[in-house]
Write a protein that binds this ligand. Structure first.
Ligand SMILES: [Mn+2]
Length: 446
């Protein structure tokens, strides 16, 4: 027993050290962001590009910058504005002037840092109160076009279209039907600058954000390993009689120990009937032997997310029926991953899956496979146009079969990087083969 504890401690020390060393080399450099601004200005070419930082912290979570603002600045100042001038290739940052009291409570921002302008490659850093005067001066001289985010914002857990969807749902109740911040800003521009043509910068941003840079790929690889370890720890924490939230605790600990801000979305840990609720997040049910557990989980590391789902039996052994359905989902998921390579569309993947299932004599039970969703600064990352796979895209593939009448839902999800010839599974370190899962669960003692 003592020996086991010693090994556990040694493993933990080694494990933490390994990941933290990797973490240190994965800091973004200011040049990464300056280069992105140049690329964006090269493709937009006219007018002004204007992007907004998050206004401030909300709720109990840690501050997380607006995705588009972060992508082009790396700056975590709240309530700031970024202006890019494609004509001169200059960038300007506008930041609130903090009072002494604010500085004492929260620390300063880029305005208080004399070297920030040079280090971050801005032409100037101004107080945000100068922003409208800056625009007035600019409008006196040049053709009036502002490139704004006319589409919705995304967040760590929600895509641009989900933001729009949730807003539409909120507006079902007329007493909650105010504009969100993004739309309010557009309205304000229309009121203050009626002669200025407003154009959407979002498609330009999205085509850049879709293809991951070398640094982003390194961060995503590490996040894949950390998030996989987290799911493995949750698998080992599962047992008949345990509560779903106990698994959440085990998994989140691995994220926090390894430098993630936290989960990329509310962890989904459903047992029995809850395996059939796709976005279940109460995580407060007691699990029993004979049931399945479905866990959908991923970390948020340096503003890049991860998405994994595994399904396993609480008892440690699949029943024959569970095994049969699990095998179908697994074969479809593996066939999708086999089909992933540059040039492939969703239809191509479906055709490959159908042919593969036929050759193996497996009834896919209506499951067809496909492309899944992109992963990046948001776990449901940005996308422009009809999706065809390209080198540098990162995708989650997540086929699932759900039978509420049997309290049986199975989903298997990995996040993959599209490479020159195929794809690299970033989350491969958490088992998904039946024998591997049962072998891992056999290590539990209860
Ligand atoms: Mn997913």
């Amino acid at each position: 027993m003592k020996k086991r504890i010693l090994y556990a401690v040694l493993f933990l020390v080694f494990f933490s050290a390994l990941f933290s060393e990797l973490n240190a080399s994965l800091e973004y450099t200011p040049e990464e962001f300056a280069n992105r601004r140049q690329t964006l200005m090269n493709s937009v070419r006219d007018g002004l590009i204007i992007l907004f930082a998050s206004p401030g912290n909300a709720g109990a979570g840690h501050f997380r910058q607006d995705n588009d603002f972060f992508y082009f600045t790396g700056c975590e100042d709240a309530n700031a504005i970024l202006v890019m001038v494609p004509d001169t290739k200059d960038s300007f940052l506008f930041v609130p002037r903090k009072t002494d009291r604010e500085k004492m409570m929260e620390g300063g921002n880029s305005l208080d840092d004399a070297e920030a302008r040079d280090r971050l490659h801005f032409k100037a850093i101004y107080p945000v109160s100068y922003f409208d005067e800056f625009l007035a001066r600019f409008l006196g001289r040049r053709e009036a076009v502002f490139y704004l985010r006319l589409s919705q914002e995304d967040s760590v857990s929600e895509s641009r279209s989900e933001t729009a969807l949730f807003l539409a749902r909120r507006h079902r109740n007329p007493y909650n039907a105010q504009l969100n911040l993004n739309l309010f800003r557009v309205e304000r521009f229309r009121q203050l600058y009626p002669a200025v043509q407003l154009k959407d910068v979002t498609p330009f941003i999205d085509s850049m954000r879709m293809i991951k840079t070398e640094k982003e790929i390194a961060i995503l690889r590490l996040n894949g390993r950390i998030s996989a370890e987290a799911v493995k720890k949750a698998m080992l924490a599962s047992k008949p009689g345990a509560y779903e939230y106990e698994l959440e605790a085990a998994a989140v600990e691995v994220l926090l120990r390894n430098g993630c801000r936290g989960p990329a979305y509310p962890p989904i840990i459903g047992s029995g009937p809850n395996t059939c609720i796709l976005h279940y997040e109460k995580n407060n049910r007691r699990m029993e032997s004979g049931e399945l557990l479905l866990m959908d989980f991923g970390g948020d590391l340096n503003y890049l997310t991860m998405d994994i789902t595994r399904t396993w039996p609480v008892s440690g052994k699949f029943t024959e029926e569970q095994k049969k359905i699990y095998q179908v989902v697994l074969e479809v998921q593996k066939a999708c991953i086999e089909a992933f390579k540059p040039g492939v569309s969703g239809k191509d993947v479906q055709a490959y899956v159908a042919q593969k299932m036929k050759a193996k004599g497996i009834d896919p039970l209506g499951l067809r496979g496909g492309l899944g969703h992109l992963v990046g600064l948001s776990v449901h990352d940005v996308q422009t146009g009809e999706l065809v796979l390209k080198e540098g895209l990162v995708m989650a593939i997540e086929p699932g079969l759900y039978f509420p009448e049997k309290n049986l839902g199975i989903r298997i999800e990995d996040t993959v990087l599209i490479t020159k010839e195929g794809c690299e599974v970033l989350t491969s370190e958490v088992p998904k083969e039946i024998e591997e899962i049962e072998a891992l669960l056999a290590r539990r003692k209860f």
